[in-house]
Design a binder for this molecule. Structure first.
Ligand code: PLP
Length: 411
């Protein structure tokens, strides 16, 4: 008797934890030092969680062993409502807030409740690949719209509109963006919500990096720009609050709720079916959202994230044939390897080569459903002592591959 995976898995790939990462773990097990430029887990790079969050969880731990309300405990949902009221959302109630085991679980729930087989969902390319995999697993078809590197990786609206078909149900907007670091301007977001209105699409707004922005970039939540368009906004504690291991996130339903009755019922059933989200993580929500916001010290000039983002960006752009749009937010850089200088047929092979020869772990751009083998994603989380030699090793590998034609000129 064999067990085979269901047919839906045929098209699912999730490179963020794929074969390159497995090989890196084996090399590490053999005693090699690996330069980790691949992960979005702040704890793995020595980022400490805010004290008030840890204290609040510890204070509540002895009362956190039971199931909670399936949508999440009231004080946490009230804190989420207050957070979004401050951000311009109108008419929100605690019933519109669903707490979850990270945004990841809520993405699955939101799509499971929405999609029929063959329904299409517009997803950016490059994407955060969970979105494409989750759509496919829920029976839908991910349809990728282009984000334009030449315009700071902003979504290309004509391309997006050209991909809409009678089967399109929703559009995913990831802002600030993983992997590109783009933070979208208000006017562009307004045009996107207008497009959603005209084509009767649901907006799925993944705003988990909302507080991680540099150089004064403003984050505009998309939902309040079109209160008549149904939307779900996703965020949580994994990134700005550096506690991804507590698995604490939320989604908020907004706009035209009278047109979402059966959907709301389905979401309620799914919330009931998973009984409840992790309870200790829920206790952290009010402490996080209404605490000191220490993330600001990390992203301002002189802050650790700001310094690392700047240095990584400088070093990448100093490699001949490599160019990188400066990230305005989130935790990553998405450099381009010019195909005339660096002839790469398969970026997954390049990632393997970088690991084997230089012990540097990155995610190939194709892992983000980017259609050409000419990008890599690099995280800005490592300390400078790791980041600098790691990017130096990338430069060495690229130079070797190009027959020494492109030795780096590091600043
Ligand atoms: N959305 C984006 C864009 C992400 O980058 C991530 C994690 O890296 C997630 C969602 C998942 O976050 P969580 O830890 O809340 O599940």
């Amino acid at each position: 008797m064999t067990i085979t995976s269901c047919e839906r898995f045929t098209d699912i790939s999730y490179e963020l934890r794929g074969p390159v990462t497995e090989r890196a773990a084996r090399l590490k097990g053999e005693g090699h030092h690996i330069f980790h430029l691949h992960s979005g887990n702040p704890a793995a790079y020595g980022f400490e969680p805010p004290d008030e969050i840890v204290q609040e969880i510890a204070r509540n731990l002895s009362r956190s062993h039971g199931y909670s309300d399936a949508q999440g405990i009231l004080p946490a949902r009230q804190a989420v409502v207050r957070h979004y009221e401050r951000r311009g959302f109108g008419g929100l109630g605690v019933e519109d807030v669903y707490l979850g085991n990270g945004v990841s679980e809520l993405i699955m729930m939101a799509l499971q409740a929405m999609l029929n087989d063959g329904d299409e969902v517009l997803i950016p390319t490059p994407d955060y690949p969970l979105w494409s995999s989750a759509v496919a697993l829920c029976g839908g078809t991910p349809v990728h719209y282009l984000c334009d590197e030449n315009r700071g990786w902003c979504p290309d609206l004509p391309d997006m509109e050209s991909k809409i078909s009678p089967a399109t149900r929703a559009v995913v907007v990831i802002n600030p963006n993983n992997p590109t670091g783009a933070v979208y301007p208000r006017e562009l977001l307004a045009e996107m919500s207008d497009l959603a209105r005209r084509h009767r699409l649901v907006v799925l707004a993944d705003e988990i990096y909302e507080q991680i922005r540099f150089d004064g970039a403003e984050h505009v939540p998309i939902a309040p720009l079109a209160p008549d368009v149904p939307s779900l906004t996703f965020s949580g504690l994994s990134k700005a609050y550096r506690v991804c291991g507590y698995r604490s996130g939320w989604m908020v339903l907004h706009g035209a709720k009278h047109r979402a009755r059966s959907y709301i019922e389905a979401l309620g059933t799914l919330a009931d079916m998973r009984l409840c989200p992790n309870l200790p993580g829920q206790h952290a929500v009010p402490a996080a959202l209404e605490g000191p916001q220490s993330v600001r010290d990390l992203v301002l000039p002189g802050g650790r994230l700001h310094l690392q983002r700047d240095r990584a960006w400088e070093l990448l752009n100093a490699i001949p044939g490599v160019s990188c749009v400066k990230p305005k937010g989130a935790l990553y850089l998405f450099p381009r390897l010019d195909p005339h200088t660096h002839r790469i047929d398969d970026d997954q092979e390049l990632a393997f080569e970088l690991l084997e020869n230089q012990h540097v772990l990155v995610v190939p751009g194709s892992g983000f459903n980017w259609p050409a083998p000419d990008h890599l994603r690099i995280t800005a989380l490592p300390r400078l002592e790791e980041l600098e030699p790691a990017i130096g090793r990338l430069a060495d590998l690229l130079s070797d591959r190009a027959g020494g034609r492109c030795a780096p000129h590091l600043p």
